[in-house]
Design a protein around this ligand. Structure first.
Ligand code: ACO
Length: 386
């Protein structure tokens, strides 16, 4: 008989073998296909990084140009998808709208040819191209406007900001969004990627793979934290309030949003870059008082929790960047999803190349040989709905 050790949250348990990305949580290192995230942030673009993640190598000039053209060509979404989105309640969360729309793509592109490299490429292109269009479309529809069509003259990040704000963005703003997308593109076996891999392992269609990952990313312990960070900074309200707020949260054993990570025990390297991007934006477009609150909170948390390895994670500064870019609060996590599509799809492709369906085991903690009690003898402990 095999003895199993149970680890809550599968902490430290390898779920796969992968050559896509690497994290050293003690040294604060993140690499995509062996290239340091700092290098990619400084020198690459989101679409070039997407190519690198999916196909394992940086593209040649011709390969990149062909890939960018294909993405541009596929940015539009079918009018039926836009009409479907018009039926969504405008009060609904954009992550739910995105999950439903991503799954709906599977209705339109139902061919499933998982062993064909051309199908893999076509699917990557469709999802990378269309997800930003769907995020922007829901934003305009819920404001009562018609979605803006993608603009072929604009880069990936420029076009997203254009579809969202109905005007061409400032070049610095677009470059900073592009870097931010690169920073969020992949991160080993996090919760949403694991969801994607489990779904992929059943040989489900790739749109359902991405939809399941979007659902997982939406949670406040994962991608949803970026939204909660801003809500928290607003609740703190002033630099003077930072320490009393922190004391109160810690006394109540509540988490401080945007801090802590299962893997990083030092400041997340992406948070370091995002903090720098936030400073660049403030320099050009004006300072934000929430940045001062954030830096004071970082200092205070480090004093109190640094010994436990709790430092800012990627979500701590990304919200400040998105806010300055004019992205509405509840679109922060959808923007994270746009960025993570390449990571999910790289793992989908890797999973398909050597697939075995995920089917872990459990340690049963229930009873055995329980009697079947007739209904008239059972005591009810349920409360009824009013
Ligand atoms: N604030 C205060 N204390 C914290 C925090 C935090 N943000 N994060 C961890 N801790 C403490 C816990 O209270 C616990 O202390 P204890 O050992 O004294 O009980 C210890 O650190 C370990 O915490 P766990 O929750 O067990 O760590 P885990 O690895 O399971 O969780 C997680 C990691 C979920 C990210 C956690 O740090 C957290 O909830 N952070 C806040 C939410 C957040 O920012 N999420 C975004 C993560 S990045 C991403 O998903 C893209």
């Amino acid at each position: 008989m095999t003895a199993y050790e149970y680890r809550a949250g599968l902490e430290g348990v390898p779920a796969t073998q992968s050559s896509i990305s690497f994290v050293d949580g003690q040294k604060g290192i993140l690499e995509y296909r062996g290239i340091a995230i700092e290098e990619l942030a400084a020198k690459s673009t989101f679409l070039e990084t997407t190519y690198l993640l999916i196909w394992g190598e940086l593209p040649s000039r011709e390969e990149l140009s062909a890939f960018e053209n294909e993405i541009q060509y596929h940015r539009r979404v079918k009018y039926r998808i836009r009409d479907m989105m018009k039926c969504f309640p405008e009060s609904g969360h954009p992550m739910d709208a995105l999950q439903a729309s991503a799954a709906a793509l599977g209705l339109f592109y139902s061919r499933r040819d998982l062993e064909n490299p051309a199908y893999i490429r076509e699917t990557v292109v469709r999802l990378v191209a269309k997800i930003p269009t769907m995020v922007a479309a829901f934003q305009l529809i819920r404001k009562g406007n018609d979605p803006v069509q993608p603009n072929d003259g604009l880069s990936y990040a420029e076009n997203f900001l254009y579809m969202l704000n109905e005007k061409k963005p400032d070049p610095l703003a677009a470059r900073i969004l592009d870097i931010s997308l690169t920073l969020h593109a992949e991160h080993t076996i996090n919760a949403s990627t694991f969801s994607a891999m489990v779904t992929a392992s059943a040989l489900t269609d790739p749109y359902a793979v991405v939809a399941s990952a979007v659902g997982t990313l939406a949670g406040p312990l994962h991608g949803g934290a970026n939204e909660e960070v801003i809500t928290m900074l607003e609740a703190i309200g002033s630099v003077e309030n930072v320490r009393p707020y922190l004391e109160d949260r810690l006394e109540r054993k509540a988490k401080i949003m945007g801090f802590g990570h299962r893997v990083y025990k030092v400041k997340d390297p992406r948070a370091i870059i995002l903090q720098d991007l936030a400073e660049q934006l403030f320099e050009k477009f004006g300072r934000d008082k929430y940045y001062d609150i954030a830096t004071e909170l970082e200092r205070a948390v480090e004093e109190k929790l640094g010994n436990k390895g709790i430092y800012p994670n990627v979500d701590f500064y990304s919200g400040l960047v998105y806010r300055k870019l004019g992205i509405p609060l509840d679109l922060f996590t959808p923007v994270f999803a746009i960025a993570r599509v390449p990571g999910w799809l790289a793992h989908w492709k890797e999973q398909l190349a050597e697939n075995r369906i995920f089917r872990p085991t459990q340690i049963y903690t229930g009873v055995h040989d329980a009697p079947y009690i007739p209904i008239e003898e059972r005591r009810s402990s349920m409360t009824t709905m009013e």
